[in-house]
Design a protein. Structure first.
Length: 210
């Protein structure tokens, strides 16, 4: 599928915090939805594609990067020495491929003209109300943390976090230690560009998205 942004929609929702209850009428800005998928996993693409279609989210497939066996020396952006210094081991082919795949998705987002992007791995499972939930999150962050960069929808940590806002059946936390797992991430395009530039300048050495 070709790259396409989710068109703007308008809706109303409530955001609560410890000291306020507000109603917001939101014009949802365009979202780029990408699914990272290996060529050898067409059944996963079919499953998540059906979920996205049911949720009314236009999407595109991003071919996942699968490094060759000589990835340690062949991939220039991978800093193997630093990975070993910090973690005592090489990153696996899967970890490097995952990081490179997400970087490709972030580059596509940076060039898309969309305000935010939803990057999904092909084993992610979506709720039917994913589109309004994403808009709720974006609107809440623009109100309470306008310089936000990324939201992890895959996993939350109970350590080193602070509540930012609550809405519908969800609570949004600021994580001082970003949780592992990267199967569903929302990125603000401006910060995605900064992250890509940082990775290209310093190299990749942790497993994504540490």
């Amino acid at each position: 599928m070709s790259l396409a942004c989710l068109p703007p929609i308008s809706f109303t929702f409530k955001v609560t915090s410890s000291d306020e209850l507000k109603n917001y009428v939101v014009l949802m800005t365009p979202i780029l939805v990408q699914v990272i998928n290996l060529d050898r996993s067409p059944e996963r693409l079919l499953a998540i594609g059906n979920d996205l279609n049911l949720a009314g989210l236009p999407w595109s497939r991003l071919r996942a990067v699968e490094p060759d066996t000589d990835y340690v020396t062949a991939i220039e952006v991978y800093d193997n020495a630093r990975a070993n210094y910090l973690f005592g081991r090489d990153l696996t082919r899967g970890e490097v491929g995952c990081f490179l795949s997400h970087l490709e998705a972030l580059r596509a987002l940076s060039q898309s003209g969309c305000y935010i992007g939803l990057i999904l791995e092909d084993d992610a499972q979506l709720f039917h109300d994913a589109a309004p939930m994403i808009a709720e999150i974006s609107a809440a962050l623009n109100s309470k943390a306008p310089h936000w960069a990324c939201v992890n929808l895959s996993y939350t940590t109970h350590l080193r976090r602070r509540s930012v806002a609550s809405f519908t059946d969800n609570t949004l936390y600021r994580a001082y230690q970003f949780p592992l797992l990267s199967s569903a991430l929302i990125w603000r395009t401006e910060q995605a560009k900064v992250f890509v530039q940082w990775c290209e300048a310093t190299g990749i050495y942790p497993a994504f998205p540490k």
